[in-house]
Ligand binder design. Structure first.
Ligand code: 26Q
Length: 800
């Protein structure tokens, strides 16, 4: 049986399905339906179409006894799903027309969907892109995560300062999940370990239940759909009846409330915040539930547990689910009776681990007291694993069990058959730094899989103007074969085609300007250069370098008001972890500087600065198609990969960036002449840090930097509190760990180069279009093929 593209529903069929769901799933007559009713009815109509591919895919995988890929991740930053489903099923025109026939506006209905923010940033969004590519490629796979009641906090500004509010996506109706009361597992914590009949037995002291909720993730053209299975924590006995009968109603509801805290809220990526017990509980909760589910599926198909690796590939998305190593060994050894050695080998053959950071403060480790209290048997098994590793490698010097800690990166490495980095540079740095000794002992284990992004969401859906032009030029084969964008290159040499490319970008910018005018009350000139930095706030990402350069530019514009400046709109968006004070101060500085700069009559038609609140997937989908310049300016060696950088290049923005993460590979693909490179390399960064007074030297050598710092430090942007930012300027003139001062001059140079390049309209458009044409390699389809081949030994079942 060949899994062909399923037949498409007609406009009429879709509008009938919408009214049917409106009436019979939601109990509304069309004349009384509100926006949310229409959105839900359309979602159900689309979901019906997805469900058919979903059943078929699951059946194919079962009948074939297929090897399944299990992607374990504490985060899935999926954003909205309705447009994704419509686009992948090829139903955009039908859905638009069906709604119009029912008197509804397609864009308005789509915009009603809440953005599912079950992730912090890059790592969570990567997991979402991977699920979509796994479905597009027809690789049988499950994503396993937590169904957080509250996703990443909502961000607003008060007096320029970040204010956090709880996110409440589940308060709106959610169309995509199916509750699975039958898929429910009891998860233990704490307690103690006993020995019975020569076997160790873990007797947990408390329990919660993990209940599954399934969301189908459909691939391109609806040929395959995989499952995102999110676990929700429920009390084993939801209600304390004796307490209720005593009249103690609060105590009666206690078990449910306690259990539910486990899946209550997503932890913000907070490297300053150390080992909170609830976080470890969440990690074990996800991991244990996933493993139980995986083994239950395996047991239906095969009886010999030693064959597990033939059926199961488990990917650990960073170390967050690293307890999967000890837990799987515990199940195989304690519960299923495999000898310890064989249990470890079998587990290792199933497991692989992706590293997403080398920042020392972000490497997970848990104190053995906490770890042992919550997971006593797992602590013992971590020691057994460590001892076995030591016996096999007696000259090793480092252990995962030093200083009273359990080091999750080392544990993951030892328990994985493959360990991967997320860009070529990052993978090399893994070998040289954090994992140097382990790499030396296991030279085959570390492999690279450079990240990618799904072109369905990040070009076809979010940028209909550009994707329409592309399809007109080269046909629609590029959508699942993105390197075919190269076929655009001859067209780029045609002035008429370039004009159309420019018009698409101009229209995207005008649309963004309209949105910003309506939501922020700020008007922007769509003909100015749109210069965009959107990502989590972190010192290594150096948003402060960007705002300092912007301040210096403003000062220079005031000095030379009649010079021929390239008009520029500098846009920022991104959240700071609630406990990361310095990052929050950078947000406030940008907002304060924006207020002063935007109010200056001498520069207001040349320079605008704006920090957009509450960055999320949906906002990224608006900003990226409208960007001219993509800011990727991290300190070299610190950004593992970046994925926003790929989205911008694909949508025809030029990058200004350092040789960091995947920037290196983007520059190789698009051509050095189409990329504004600046700054020190990773090894120069290391050398520079050894120079005493490196910041002072840099400031002394660059009067622009000195003046910008002077303005910030003396309260030019905070006249009501002149020393508000003194600690920032002190940091940048002192230790300056991230080398903002040392990279400033070269960043200024590259920025002016970008200005000049933008002023040459024809030249810019050509270079921007070449970025699109040459970014096809950054499709997550290419990345997933790499994992399937090098790590999972999994295959596509589309043709079965
Ligand atoms: C850890 C402990 C406690 C609470 C939170 C966390 C936590 C949560 C999220 C730690 C890290 C993260 C997220 C990390 C992340 O997003 N890393 C990014 O991963 C991308 C995908 O590979 C890369 O492109 C980025 O370079 C990398 O920064």
């Amino acid at each position: 049986m060949n899994i062909a593209t399923p037949p498409r529903v007609t406009t009429r069929g879709l509008s009938d399905a919408i009214t049917r769901h409106l009436r019979y799933s939601f109990g509304r007559e069309p004349e009384f339906a509100g926006l949310e009713d229409w959105r839900m009815a359309l979602s159900y109509a689309i979901r019906d179409q997805i469900a058919d591919s979903w059943f078929k895919a699951a059946g194919t995988a079962r009948n074939q006894g297929a090897k399944r890929v299990y992607y374990l991740s504490m985060e899935f930053l999926i954003g909205r799903l309705l447009e994704d489903g419509i686009v992948n099923l090829g139903l955009v025109d039908q859905a638009r027309e069906a709604l119009a026939a029912l008197g509804q506006d397609y864009d308005e209905v789509l915009a009603d969907e809440p953005d599912a923010a079950l992730g912090n940033g890059g790592l969570g969004r990567l997991a979402a892109c991977f699920l979509e590519s796994l479905s597009t490629l027809g690789c049988p796979a499950y994503g396993y995560g937590i169904r957080y009641e509250h996703g990443l906090f909502r961000q607003s500004f008060q007096g320029g300062r970040q204010v956090e509010a709880p996110e409440t996506w589940l308060l709106q109706r959610h169309a995509w999940e199916f509750e699975r009361p039958e898929a429910r597992f009891r998860i233990g914590f704490g307690g103690h370990v006993e020995e019975r009949e020569g076997r160790k037995l873990w007797l947990p002291g408390e329990h919660v239940d993990a209940e599954a909720y399934d969301t189908p993730i459909v691939g391109w053209q609806g040929r395959w759909a995989n499952t995102l299975r999110l676990w929700s924590a429920k009390a084993c006995d939801p209600f304390d009846l004796p307490a209720f009968n005593r009249g103690d109603f609060t105590a009666a509801a206690q078990p449910e409330a306690l259990a539910r805290t486990i899946s209550r809220v997503l932890y913000p990526d907070d490297t300053t915040e150390q080992g909170r017990e609830l976080r470890l509980k969440q990690e074990f909760f996800l991991t244990a539930a996933a493993l139980r589910d995986i083994l239950a599926r395996f047991d239906k198909e095969e009886s010999d547990i030693r064959k597990l690796p033939q059926y199961v590939a488990i990917q650990l998305n960073d170390t967050h689910p690293a307890v999967a190593g000890p837990e799987l060994v515990r199940i195989l050894h304690d519960e299923r009776g495999l000898p310890l050695d064989e249990a470890m080998q079998t587990a290792r053959a199933c497991l692989s681990y992706t590293n997403h950071t080398l920042l020392p403060e972000a490497l997970e480790s848990w104190g053995e007291d906490l770890f042992g209290r919550l997971l006593p048997r797992h602590l013992e098994i971590a020691d057994l694993i460590d001892n076995a590793h030591y016996e096999a490698n007696p000259n090793r010097t480092q252990s995962m069990r030093a200083d009273g800690q359990v080091k999750m990166g080392q544990l993951s490495f030892v328990m994985a058959h493959k360990v991967n980095g997320v860009s070529a540079l990052h993978t090399e740095l893994m070998k040289e730094t954090v994992f140097a000794e382990l790499h030396h002992l296991h030279p085959e284990r570390i492999v690279n899989q450079t990240n990618g992004v799904t072109p369905r969401r990040w070009l076809l859906a979010c940028n209909p103007r550009l994707s329409g032009l592309i399809t007109e030029t080269i046909g629609d084969g590029w959508v699942d074969d993105l390197e075919r964008l190269r076929e655009l290159e001859p067209a780029i040499e045609d002035a008429g085609w370039r004009q159309r490319f420019a018009e698409a970008k101009r229209a995207n910018k005008a649309e963004l300007a309209e949105y910003i005018s309506q939501t922020q009350g700020v008007s922007l000139d769509p003909d100015a250069m749109f210069d965009v930095q959107i990502k989590r706030m972190h010192e290594y990402k150096r948003q402060h370098l960007n705002i300092l350069e912007t301040i210096a530019l403003w000062q220079e514009m005031k000095d030379n008001p009649n010079a021929d400046w390239t008009p520029r709109v500098t846009l920022f968006a991104g959240k700071a972890a609630p406990g990361y004070a310095f990052a929050k101060d950078i947000i406030r500085l940008i907002n304060d500087a924006a207020e002063v700069i935007n109010a200056d009559p001498a520069t207001r038609d040349k320079l605008r600065v704006l920090f957009l609140p509450n960055y999320n997937v949906t906002l990224a989908e608006r900003l990226i198609p409208a960007a001219d310049l993509s800011e990727q300016i991290s300190t070299a060696g610190k950004e593992a990969s970046g994925t926003g950088n790929m989205k911008f290049a694909l949508n025809g923005a030029m990058t200004i960036g350092t040789l960091d993460g995947a920037n290196v590979e983007i520059r190789e693909h698009v051509g050095a002449e189409n990329f504004f490179l600046f700054g020190m390399t990773a090894s120069e960064v290391e050398e520079r840090r050894a120079v005493e007074d490196h910041a002072q030297q840099a400031i002394a050598a660059d009067p622009r930097l000195a003046r910008a710092l002077q303005a910030v430090g003396s309260g030019a942007f905070s006249p009501d509190e002149p020393d508000r930012y003194a600690h920032i300027t002190e940091n940048l003139s002192g230790a300056d760990y991230f080398l903002v001062a040392s990279d400033f001059s070269d960043y200024w140079r590259a920025s002016r180069e970008a200005d000049a390049a933008f002023a040459d309209r024809a030249g810019w458009i050509r270079r921007a279009a070449l970025n699109t044409a040459r970014s096809g390699w950054f499709s997550s389809d290419r990345t997933i093929r790499g994992y399937m081949r090098d790590i999972w030994a999994a295959r596509s079942h589309l043709e079965d």
